[in-house]
Design a protein around this ligand. Structure first.
Ligand SMILES: NC(=O)C1=CN([C@@H]2O[C@H](COP(=O)(O)OP(=O)(O)OC[C@H]3O[C@@H](n4cnc5c(N)ncnc54)[C@H](O)[C@@H]3O)[C@@H](O)[C@H]2O)[C@H](O)CC1
Ligand SMILES: [K+]
Length: 521
């Protein structure tokens, strides 16, 4: 599902009206009518249900006037509270305001109340809050600054009624492009949006203010969307499912790739095992884990199906650059290289990571300490000969990009897209709503996952899943998309079984095949 910025939506609106030729009035009628259908489905109001439509002076308010008209015709008592002087309402919104005014004489239990300033609000506040349902038609994509003054008070009053609120297009006060709250925001139980879901509906905390979201088709032609201009998608199962072809009858273990994992250090052998075992569980034919020789014996006790190779180590027991030639010869008969889980950041290990990035021709999946090793000098990524995925969590992303973690989290899409494009890598920015940014500017959001996954080792499992898919022949983009999505679905399956927390990264590994079978085949 594509999600858009308010600017992209406004461009499509303008194109549809000015170039394609559907009048804005028709779009508004379609919007209001579609919104009423969703409103009726969500709340089942009756002629005893008192509905307040709170309208701004723009076209979002115009949609509200259309809704009011249809609700009146359904014998539902509606009062429109206009947060503006009537003479400031223009265009299509005014036309629909006038229609409601014409209807009023036939619906004595309906009304229009003008609240043009704070004094009027003081007079009408009690009347406003005594309603059973609210329709928020105050601001839509035209919100251009923090909400203040009378508008802020009205939104706070509505929220404090704890009555269900239905948002038109966007909960008023929500930034349509980021999901951030602009001073204050309507807490909607449901939102009807038009044409496309906006990024702000999906990105946290916007998703919590939006409630149940329905996208209403108001007649914007598909080609108006300029699909090539849309760059942000929420992943859906139907995007991923076709990536898992049925296996040929005469397959053998060599048919599904051989992954080389370079990971582990004293005290972090588990990370290497989680990564290698996850790669096996996602269907990789063969997995070899190259680990520092000092932990090889321990590693052998943690893995059965993956093979291990003891490699030269530094004084601190981490992988040493002395093993580079051995690693490159191992890499010759492998299809992908996973680098990082539990690797440590010993200065010599950093040298090995840099050398591998520069010389290894395998698709690279780099996580955790490999990412941290690169943080000092990410430009080395530009001298690669093979595609690469980096899977940082926000803190690792901050180190990589040379900014604060708070800055990463303040603009996750922008941070991920910029780095992916600047360094020509696939960037998986982990966290709630993991993002996958591609070098061509496209961005994907994973809708699966839950807070129970906030436990050590989950990243090691994800690395193994992505790398395992890459070793099986998935393009690195598809390996990243499918790996992240299945990882999130695994976590959701465990949350269903265990409840909200308490499950472990190791539990995820056992659930990988069932998750794929249950959701994607
Ligand atoms: N998507 C579609 O195809 C259609 C969408 N429609 C609706 O139109 C609105 C956008 O309408 P617009 O008039 O551009 O903006 P708003 O209604 O959101 O008007 C905002 C209004 O308020 C002023 N304003 C902005 N920020 C603030 C602020 N912080 N404080 C006070 N006032 C503010 C601004 O100047 C505007 O006048 C879209 O959301 C849909 O609901 C069409 O109806 C159908 C096609
Ligand atoms: K709104």
């Amino acid at each position: 599902m594509f999600i858009v910025t308010s600017e992209q939506m406004q461009h499509m609106d303008r194109f549809t009206i000015e170039k394609f030729g559907i009048p804005g009035r028709v779009l508004m009628e379609n919007a209001g009518r579609g919104a009423v259908d969703f409103f009726m489905e969500q709340f089942q109001p009756t002629p005893a249900t008192r509905v307040a439509v709170v309208a701004g002076r723009g076209n979002n308010g115009g949609d509200g006037w259309v809704m009011a008209r249809y609700l009146m015709e359904k014998q539902i008592p509606v009062t429109v509270f206009l947060l503006s002087a009537q003479d400031r309402v223009k265009g299509d919104a005014k036309a629909n305001m006038d229609l409601v005014e014409k209807l009023l004489p036939y619906f004595p239990d309906c009304g229009v109340v003008e609240i043009s300033d704070a004094a009027a609000l003081d007079r009408e506040k009690t009347r406003l809050i005594h309603h059973d349902l609210f329709v928020d038609a105050i601001f839509g994509t035209g919100l251009n600054s923090d909400v203040r003054g009378m508008f802020k008070t009205v939104i706070q009053c509505i929220n404090q009624t704890n009555k269900p609120v239905f948002a038109v297009d966007i909960p008023s006060g929500l930034n349509a492009d980021t999901g951030a709250v602009c001073g204050v925001c309507i807490n909607a139980a449901a939102t009807a949006t038009f044409g496309f879901a906006k990024i702000g509906h999906i990105l946290h905390p916007g998703n919590e203010y939006t409630g149940k979201l329905q996208v209403i088709d108001i007649g914007i032609p598909g080609f108006a969307a300029g699909k090539q201009d849309l760059w942000f998608q929420v992943m859906e199962k139907q995007t991923i499912a076709p990536l898992f072809p049925a296996r040929a009858f005469n397959s053998h273990k060599g048919s599904f790739g051989h992954l080389l994992v370079l990971a582990g250090s004293p005290g972090k052998t588990g990370a290497a095992a989680l990564c290698a075992n996850a790669a096996k569980r996602i269907g990789t034919g063969l997995v070899t884990a190259g680990v520092p020789e000092g932990i090889n014996a321990v590693m052998e006790t943690l893995v059965v199906e993956p093979m291990t190779v003891p490699l030269p180590e530094t004084a601190s027991g981490t992988l040493s650059p002395n093993g580079l030639d051995r690693i490159l010869s191992l890499a010759e008969n492998r299809q992908a290289l996973a680098l990082g889980p539990g690797l440590g950041t010993d200065p010599d290990t950093r040298k090995l990571v840099t050398a591998l990035v520069e010389t290894c021709s395998l698709p690279l999946i780099m996580d955790a300490d490999a990412v941290n090793c690169l943080a000092e000098n990410p430009t080395v990524l530009k001298s690669r000969t093979s595609p690469a995925v980096l899977t940082p969590h926000p803190g690792e992303m901050a180190r990589l990009a040379g900014i604060y973690t708070s800055e990463v989290q303040a603009d996750r899409p922008g941070t991920a897209r910029t780095f992916a494009q600047d360094f020509n890598v696939i960037l998986v920015l982990k966290g709630a709503q993991t993002l996958i940014a591609l070098p061509d500017g496209r961005l994907f959001l994973c809708p699966a996952g839950n807070p129970g996954m906030a436990t050590g080792g989950m990243g090691d499992v994800l690395t193994g899943m992505i790398a395992g898919l890459a070793a099986q022949g998935f393009s690195l983009e598809n390996a990243a998309l499918a790996g992240v999505f299945i990882h999130g679905l695994c976590g959701d399956l465990l949350a269903d079984i265990f409840g909200g927390f308490g499950f472990l990264a190791g539990d995820m590994i056992r659930n990988i095949p069932e998750t794929i079978h249950r959701h994607l085949t």
